[in-house]
Design a protein around this ligand. Structure first.
Ligand code: ATP
Ligand code: MG
Length: 396
C-alpha cells in the first residue's frame, strides 16, 4: 500500500528536541502519533510526545537498548513501552488494530499497517501521524477537520461509540478545545443514542474527562450541548444547567476546572467529590470554595483584613468569581493588594507574663486575637502584648 503524506511541516516539528532525536535515531521508522501531531499541525503547544512503530515491542526494545536508551515495559500487554531519553519518557506503541471491543476495552493485535492503526483511533484529528522529516500522514481528512474546527469520528459515529462509550466524553473534550460551531446532526444523534451506555463508565474516567472539558479555555458550548443531550445528567446529575458556567466565563474568570465545577455544583461538595473520586487536593479545594465566606464589595479594608486573617487569599478571590458581583474586579484588586495580617502574639508571649503552661494560655491568645480582629488586624506586637497583659491580670 502506498503511504503518501498529506503535507510536510517545515522545518520538521521537534527537530531540535535532543531526547526525541535520540529515540528517532534508534527507531527511524517510528512516527509521532495522536495529540502531539494534532497540536503541532494546529500550531498549539505540545504536551507529551507519543510515538508508534511497526516493530513489535521486543524488537523496538532491543533497538532502543542497543542505542543506549533505557526502556520500561509500561504496558507490554497492549504493546506499549516507554523509552527514557534525557530523563524524559516517550511512550512507544506497536501499531495495532482492534480485534474485538466490548463498549470500553478492546482486544488488539499488532500490525505493520499505519492506516489500520489510525482506523482504531477515535477522531480524525487524533488519527494523524508524523514521520521524522515532518511528513504528516492523514488517512481520514483530519487536517481539514482540524482547520475547520470539526471533531469527527473515524468511521461511523454510532459504531465507534458502541465500541467504547468513553468516546462520548472524549468527543466533548476535543469539541471544547478544537470545535467551531455545532457538530453535524449525525454525530449529535449518535452521541444522544449512546447516553444509556455511559452507565458503564467508571467514576474515575468520568471525572478524568469532565475535568479536562472544564479546563478548556471556553467549555460553555460543549457543556451546554452535553446538558441538552442528557449527557451531563447521566454522568453528573449534581451539576446544574450551564448558565452559571457561562456567567463565570463572561466575567473573565480563570480557566480553572474546580472553580467552574464549584459554579455548577448544586448539591453537597463533599458527597460529589467522594462519589466521583476527586483527588484529595481537588476535593479539599471544592469543599473550601463552598464554605469560604463571601467578601462584601462594600466592606472596608478592616473587614477585608479580618477575612484575610482567617481564610486564604486565593479562596476568597475564588469566592468573588463565584458570586458574580459586578463590583468583583475592584474587590479582587483590593483582596490581592492587602497584606496578609499576621496575629503578632504567640504562646511564649503569654508564658513570659508568668502564666503556667496549660489551657489558659490558649484561651488568652484566642481572646486577644478576637480583640485584634475586632480592631481590624492593625494592633502590632507591643499593642497586642499590652492588651494581653491587661487581660492576664483580670481574673477569669
Ligand atoms: P490530550 O492533549 O488531551 O492528551 P491526546 O490526543 O493526547 O489529547 P489521549 O487521551 O492522551 O489524547 O490519547 C492519545 C491518543 O490515543 C488519541 O489522540 C487517540 O488517537 C488515541 N485514543 C485514546 N483513547 C482512545 C479511545 N478511547 N478510542 C480511540 N482512540 C483513543
Ligand atoms: Mg495525551
Amino acid at each position: 500500500m502506498t503511504d503518501t503524506p498529506a503535507l510536510r511541516l517545515q522545518p520538521p516539528p521537534f527537530a531540535t528536541d535532543a531526547a526525541l532525536t535520540a529515540v528517532w535515531d534508534a527507531l527511524p521508522q517510528a512516527r509521532v502519533v495522536g495529540g502531539a501531531v494534532r497540536d503541532a499541525v494546529a500550531g498549539r503547544p505540545v504536551a507529551d510526545i507519543d510515538l508508534a512503530t511497526p516493530l513489535p515491542p521486543d524488537a523496538a526494545t532491543a533497538a532502543l537498548v542497543a542505542a543506549g536508551l533505557r526502556v520500561v515495559p509500561t504496558g507490554l500487554a497492549h504493546g506499549t513501552i516507554t523509552a527514557v531519553a534525557e530523563a524524559r519518557g516517550f511512550e512507544i506503541t506497536t501499531l495495532r488494530h482492534d480485534v474485538e471491543t466490548d463498549g470500553r476495552h478492546a482486544v488488539v493485535a499488532f500490525t505493520s499497517d499505519w492506516r489500520a492503526d489510525a482506523l482504531r483511533r477515535d477522531f480524525t484529528i487524533n488519527a494523524l501521524s508524523m514521520a521524522r522529516d515532518g511528513a504528516i500522514f492523514d488517512y481520514f481528512g483530519g487536517v481539514a477537520d482540524l482547520h475547520d474546527g470539526r471533531v469527527r469520528f473515524v468511521g461511523d459515529a454510532d459504531a465507534r461509540i458502541r465500541e467504547d462509550y468513553l468516546r462520548i466524553l472524549r468527543f466533548f473534550r476535543f469539541q471544547a478545545r478544537y470545535g467551531l460551531g455545532s457538530p453535524d446532526p449525525g454525530t449529535i444523534a449518535a452521541l444522544r443514542a449512546g447516553v444509556p451506555g455511559l452507565a458503564r463508565l467508571s467514576v474515575e474516567r468520568i471525572w478524568g474527562e469532565l475535568s479536562r472539558i472544564l479546563a478548556a479555555p471556553d467549555p460553555v458550548a460543549a457543556i451546554r450541548l452535553m446538558h441538552d443531550l442528557g449527557i451531563l445528567r447521566a454522568v453528573a446529575p449534581e451539576l446544574s444547567a450551564p448558565e452559571r458556567l457561562a456567567g463565570l466565563r463572561a466575567a473573565g474568570a480563570p480557566h480553572d476546572p474546580i472553580l467552574r465545577l464549584a459554579a455548577m455544583l448544586t448539591g453537597d461538595a463533599l458527597s460529589f467529590a467522594e462519589r466521583l473520586k476527586l483527588s484529595n487536593q481537588e476535593r479539599d479545594r471544592l469543599v473550601r470554595l463552598g464554605s469560604v465566606p463571601s467578601p462584601d464589595p462594600s466592606a472596608d479594608n478592616a473587614a477585608l483584613r479580618r477575612l484575610l486573617a482567617d481564610f486564604s487569599r486565593t479562596d476568597l478571590i475564588d469566592r468573588t468569581w463565584l458570586n458574580g458581583d459586578p463590583a468583583g474586579p475592584g474587590l479582587r484588586r483590593r483582596l490581592a493588594a492587602l497584606p496578609i495580617p499576621v496575629f503578632p502574639l504567640e504562646g511564649r508571649d503569654v508564658l513570659a507574663l508568668g502564666i503556667a503552661p496549660g489551657l489558659r494560655v490558649g484561651a488568652l491568645l484566642r481572646d486577644v486575637r478576637q480583640w485584634w480582629l475586632a480592631g481590624g488586624c492593625v494592633a502590632d506586637h507591643p499593642a497586642a502584648n499590652a492588651e494581653l497583659a491587661r487581660r492576664a491580670c483580670t481574673p477569669g
